[in-house]
Design a binder for this molecule. Sequence first.
Ligand code: MTE
Length: 315
Amino acid sequence: MLIRRAPDLKSSEITPEHLYWNRREWIAAATAAAGALVLAPGVRPLAALAQGQQRLGMPFGLQPDDKPNSYEDITEYNNFYEFGVDKGDPAARSKGFRTAPWTVRVEGLVKAPASYHLEDFLKPHRIEDRIYRHRCVEAWSMVMPWRGISLADVIKRAEPTSQAGFVEFTTLYDPQRMPGQKSRVLDWPYVEGLRLDEALHPLAFLVTGLYGKDLPNQNGAPLRLHVPWKYGFKSIKSVVRIRLLDKQPRNTWNVAAPGEYGFYANVNPGVDHPRWSQATERRIGEFRRRKTLMFNGYAEQVGSMYAGMDLNKNY
Ligand code: MTE
């Protein structure tokens, strides 16, 4: 991955999230949850934290000092090579990207393959707001207030056959609409994959919105994946195809640099990238570095999926 120095982003005082999100309530709940870590005997600390989060409709897995990044941070500092390789390129160059009409095809080892208009694809599913930690392999992180649907529900609806063991996701390929695809910086279209049990995990999420509004183009409109315990490159943007397979699919960054990026890409502070440490991260909008957490803070929920695997080799 091309690494560039993060510009020191200002976090603006007046941002749309203040309409959506009462920061004092957030801090109060997070602090109460953190207090429960110490105070309540017999209460499992993560469960206590989750209670505080769930009271505000937040998913389990956030840490007490997490708060959502500003709308500006999330929409002006992006990786989306289809629109250029600099962090500001996606916001600048995706403005005219047409995302309607949009077709999503679900196919492969399923009993009910289908092509859907996006509206029909989403219709049977419950739209949820979830706040997820997002850790990029480049050692920066953010907290994203997403809107979307459960990936597991989408996959179950397609009825995978007994041979299906993996899920492949593919981004739109259209160099006219995505000018970055005219350069050979990656092998287009961008593809990603998950093991079927990972894709069926309740945290795996298909994102359609941010801060309660439609997903901005630079964040992967109209439909992108977010797998919060994995490095951000797994969270493929502008998805047009979901395909069930019996073999592990290729994934773009592994094809580009197999010695640097694996298939699993689980966040792991103990396994450094060959060119830099993964032990810490910089939260966009902050100057201090934070310790990176195993599975990006979701170890309790996802750790059992990797029991018995050597995570130093399966990175
Ligand atoms: N998906 C596509 N199609 N193209 C990309 O370049 N970049 C990935 C991922 N999904 C990328 C992609 C990387 S490296 C990261 S860190 C995240 O998108 C960034 O998501 P964000 O811009 O919403 O923070």
